[in-house]
Write a protein that binds this ligand. Structure first.
Ligand SMILES: NC(=O)C1=CN([C@@H]2O[C@H](COP(=O)(O)OP(=O)(O)OC[C@H]3O[C@@H](n4cnc5c(N)ncnc54)[C@H](O)[C@@H]3O)[C@@H](O)[C@H]2O)C=CC1
Ligand SMILES: O=C(O)C(=O)Cc1ccc(O)cc1
Length: 364
């Protein structure tokens, strides 16, 4: 007898979960898409065993249902599932970046024999869609579960066991506390990144040197500003009460800097940097998770077809994991600059050495 996993919304997170579970002993992974184009894409990528546009077909007989759609659609999916016949003992979970609203809706819909356990894998990226899905996405990341007190321990353990395939570390957190903490460490930083990029974008409209010179630190702290607008619209609206508080505190923090500058308070500025330095130094070891920055190298590449594939292959055969690659400049007959991003410093160093040995000019 196989265990059926239904995944609703096979994008970055749903697709990555599907990849972690597909092919494992006794598991069958069925993807549900809301559009025929998505169905075609996920079948082409081979991330699921079967795919369907029918909610009934996906949900019927499922042992586990993962809701991996945008946060703004989660409650609607819970309501729709509530009208379907589900297998007794079925576990419904989600991967949304906020947990309080979905937990409250699930509690109001609760029905005997069906267990809802909210979830949030704290790993991802600014990319989206099934094309960005990866088996490795959750490895070593935290995966938060937010069961309500009435979820039987047996059901929680079944989900925990299944999620072992993600190689993530499971942590149990209260949904309201989750939203407060994740608001501060993930949602607020996304707002700040977007606001900063847009501020510079406005300056750039009257002087293109802003964009030309923007590099280093600016790029580091604004990577997440490239995140999907719809996904983030839903997250911010869902956690708006927490974020309004956090933004008031943020205004105060920034107000502090305004005062330090107005007062030319050098000692105060030093103290602010020292305090931040100390706390940042105490953060846990770099692990996959929210707001992990990448290690980038840049190489000059001649603009001819196949060069990107060659470089990717060179790194692939040496098992150097490339997280992202981007052509920064590419005009005919002009050498392009390729940016290669790595999650681990060691991988970046190995890539640099290898590409240099092949004769490429590499900049860090
Ligand atoms: N992007 C990230 O790094 C992380 C995202 N999450 C959460 O995971 C969930 C999915 O996000 P991603 O996989 O990043 O997004 P994605 O855009 O890659 O995937 C979303 C999936 O939902 C489907 N979808 C979109 N609109 C829909 C609608 N109206 N009805 C039904 N299906 C719809 C899409 O076709 C796609 O398959 C969100 O709730 C997000 O908050 C959680 C952890 C990390
Ligand atoms: O790219 C990053 O660093 C992220 O922060 C990705 C991310 C986005 C949303 C989440 O709920 C969790 C992780």
């Amino acid at each position: 007898m196989t265990t059926k996993i239904a995944i609703f919304g096979v994008g970055l997170i749903g697709g990555s979960l599907a990849l972690c579970l597909k092919g494992k002993p006794g598991l069958t992974v069925v993807g549900h898409c809301h559009r025929p184009e998505s169905l075609k894409r996920i079948m082409e990528r081979g991330v699921v065993d079967a795919a369907t546009l029918s909610m009934e077909e996906a949900a019927s007989d499922a042992d586990f249902i993962f809701l991996c759609v945008p946060v703004g659609n989660l409650e609607e999916y819970l309501e729709k599932l509530n009208n379907l016949s589900l297998k007794p003992g079925c576990i419904i979970t989600d991967v949304g970046s906020t947990k309080a609203a979905v937990a409250a809706r699930a509690a109001s819909l609760s029905r005997p024999g069906v267990h809802f356990i909210g979830g949030h894998p704290m790993a991802g990226s600014e990319r989206s869609g099934v094309e960005a899905a990866s088996t490795l996405l959750f490895e070593n990341a935290y995966y938060v579960l937010t069961p309500s007190p009435d979820v039987p321990e047996e059901a929680y353990e079944r989900l925990e066991q299944l999620l072992a395939y993600t190689k993530a570390q499971i942590v149990r957190v209260d949904p309201v506390m989750h939203d407060e903490i994740v608001g501060a460490i993930s949602h607020l930083p996304h707002i700040i990144a977007v606001a900063l990029v847009n501020q510079v974008c406005d300056y750039n409209s009257s002087n293109g040197l802003y964009r030309m010179l923007a590099a280093g630190g600016f790029r580091d702290i604004t990577r997440i500003a490239s995140s999907d607008p719809v996904i983030w619209r839903d997250i911010l609206l869902s956690n708006r009460q927490v974020l309004l508080h956090l933004l008031k505190d943020w205004n105060q923090e920034i107000g502090g800097f305004i005062s330090l500058l107005e007062d030319q308070d050098g000692q105060g500025i030093e103290e602010a940097f020292q305090k931040a330095n100390l706390f940042r130094g105490e953060l846990p070891e770099r692990r996959k998770g929210t707001i992990t920055s990448l290690f980038d190298i840049y190489i000059d590449v001649p603009d001819h077809p196949g060069i990107i594939g060659q470089i990717a292959t060179e790194l692939g055969v040496r098992h150097i994991n490339l997280s992202n690659m981007q052509i920064i400049e590419s005009r005919e007959d002009v050498p392009g600059v390729l940016r290669l991003s790595f999650r681990q410093e060691g991988e970046m160093e190995r890539a640099k050495e290898h590409l240099q040995s092949l004769g490429y000019t590499v900049y860090v």
